[in-house]
Design a protein around this ligand. Structure first.
Ligand code: NAD
Ligand code: 6OD
Length: 497
């Protein structure tokens, strides 16, 4: 539980609700405050699910598997999921406002990425499920008649979806949409920091005709709260999780009981490799986004930059200028390009790295402290975008995921050195390579131990492609057919002819 989360005992009515069996449930023994990082205002009172509430949600999800949802054809389910996508688009402004109040992210970002992708996830997986095929084999038998094998895909069952706060609607629907397309039912535990859009989606589900119990939401924290009750619940058949690597470790141990499969999208410490032959304008523009978008709170974001020495000074100067031209303030103002961090607690964590960098002798190229803004934003969680140079590769700032608007830039002299620097991390999520030499781009991309490499771009997403991390950045791949593989189980039928 974040240290700042204020709890209130029963007697206080929640303004937000769980969504269970198609109904909004507000009763709770305890409610907690949803505090906006924009100005510290309490924007909602959230009910915390105890184990009985989680049990109700899992039972509703199990019952729904046996109801109309379980009997629908893929075409019928796909048609309903397209309606969900349309419903999100119709209520675009409601989702946008909720996401901005919960996260503080600028409207310019959320209206471009978070909400449209929330809708697109449903359209993409509704289409994807209709293209699924499976294998068949004819085999010889001693009597000469033979046999025919064919595989069928069945839903896994009740899926627990545990999601983080950085792209709440996008990342939650990235899992809910394929799970539902494959015929599963879900119980979602959104982050305690960002409860609102998961609840709003319940309204859209009802309007779209999703049967009760297919989509359920329970609110609360992780350990000893809704997250742990859900992942330990024996009625859960699979767990899909996005969040920190340490949380993934805890969830994996919960999943071990009952041998439930997991799909994990975890942390990163992503490198960008900038070669001297890059298009500098494009490299600076792309790296500005990859370091500072969403105030650096993107798992795919760049926190380590390696620049070929002849370009080093020019690149550092250009990124400094770009960082200093970001505009903080009211996220609803279209001109704002940098929102706050998710909370004051998280700002403390990021600031601890800002201090560590200075203690370890970094040169602070820009930033390094909190942002001085006028009221009411001085009560928020704003922090200055920060660039360092001059740290050793052993520094905690270079090795650990910070999840803030900051990066360290170091020079390199040879391609092999750049590859080895980029790979020197326990994480392996994403990298960006900036070069105009495509032969080099292919060669380097193949050597970097990550799940996703971009060349001359960042966060350019084709939702059919495998998405996930190597090393401690994840287990499994989602996206396109890869999602379908997690959210279904293959059964072989062998027919003796
Ligand atoms: P987090 O791990 O703290 O929390 C994520 C979710 O897990 C929340 O809903 C939380 O309540 C729940 N949770 C926490 N402990 C739990 C437990 N013991 N059992 C069950 N549930 C538990 O992550 P966060 O701070 O919300 O998100 C930031 C992290 O997520 C960063 O590390 C980031 O890199 C990672 N992330 C990864 C990806 C990816 O695709 N690889 C995407 C987005 C974010
Ligand atoms: O684009 C996606 O599908 C995805 N999962 C993005 C993850 C971003 C991490 O913060």
């Amino acid at each position: 539980m974040p240290t700042s989360a204020a709890m209130r005992n029963s007697g206080t009515d929640a303004t937000l609700a769980h969504f269970i069996d198609g109904r909004f449930v507000r009763t709770a023994r305890r409610v907690f405050e949803n505090v906006s990082p924009i100005d510290g205002a309490v924007v909602g009172l959230v009910p915390e699910a105890d184990s009985a509430v989680v049990d109700d949600a899992v039972k509703a999800a199990r019952a729904a598997l046996r109801g109309p949802w379980g009997k629908m054809s893929e075409q019928q389910r796909a048609a309903i999921l397209h309606k969900v996508a349309n419903g999100i688009t119709r209520r675009f402004d409601d989702f946008l406002k909720a996401e901005i109040l919960d996260t503080g992210k600028p409207a310019s970002l959320a209206s471009h990425i978070d909400i449209p992708r929330g809708a697109a996830n449903f359209d993409v997986f509704a289409n994807q499920v209709l293209t699924l095929s499976s294998e068949t084999f004819r085999m010889a038998t001693p009597d000469g008649a033979g046999a025919l094998n064919y595989a069928i895909r069945v839903p896994r069952g009740v899926i627990a979806v545990i999601s983080p706060w950085n792209l709440p609607l996008l990342l939650m629907t990235w899992k809910v949409a394929p799970a539902l397309a494959c015929g599963n039912t879900v119980v979602v535990k959104p982050s305690e920091e960002t409860p609102t859009t998961a609840m709003l989606l319940g309204e859209v589900m009802n309007e779209a005709g999703v049967p009760p119990g297919v989509y359920n939401v329970v609110h609360g924290f992780g350990p000893d709260s809704a997250g742990e009750y859900l992942t330990r619940h024996p009625g859960i058949d699979g767990i899909t999780f996005t969040g920190e690597t340490t949380t993934g470790t805890a969830i994996m141990s919960a999943a071990a009981k009952g041998l439930r499969p997991v799909s994990f999208e975890l942390g990163g410490k992503n490198a960008a490799v900038v070669f001297a032959d890059c298009d500098l304008d494009k490299a600076v523009e792309g790296t500005t986004r990859s370091v500072f978008a969403n105030c650096g709170q993107v798992c795919l974001g760049t926190e380590r930059i390696y620049v070929e020495r002849p370009l080093f000074d020019a690149f550092v100067g250009r990124l400094k200028t770009a960082a200093e031209s970001l505009r903080m303030g009211d996220p609803f103002d279209k001109a704002t390009t940098l929102g706050p961090l998710i909370s004051r607690d998280h700002r403390e964590k990021v600031l601890s790295y800002y201090r560590k960098a200075q203690e370890e002798g970094a040169e602070v190229v820009t930033g390094g402290d909190i942002a001085q803004l006028a009221t009411p934003y001085d009560r928020g969680a704003f922090i200055r975008p920060t660039i360092w140079t001059g740290l050793p590769e052993t520094s905690a700032v270079i090795r650990e995921e910070i999840f803030g608007p900051c990066c360290h830039i170091a020079p390199f002299d040879a391609e092999e050195e750049a590859v080895s620097l980029a790979n020197d991390s326990p994480y392996g999520l994403a990298t960006s390579i900036w070069t105009e030499n495509l032969t080099r781009a292919h060669r380097v991309a193949a050597q970097i131990d990550v799940g996703i490499t971009w060349v001359n771009s960042w966060f350019l997403r084709d939702l059919r492609t495998p998405f996930g991390g190597s090393k401690q950045s994840g287990i499994g791949r989602e996206g396109g057919v890869h999602s379908m593989e997690f959210y279904t189980e293959l059964r072989n039928v062998c027919i003796k002819l």
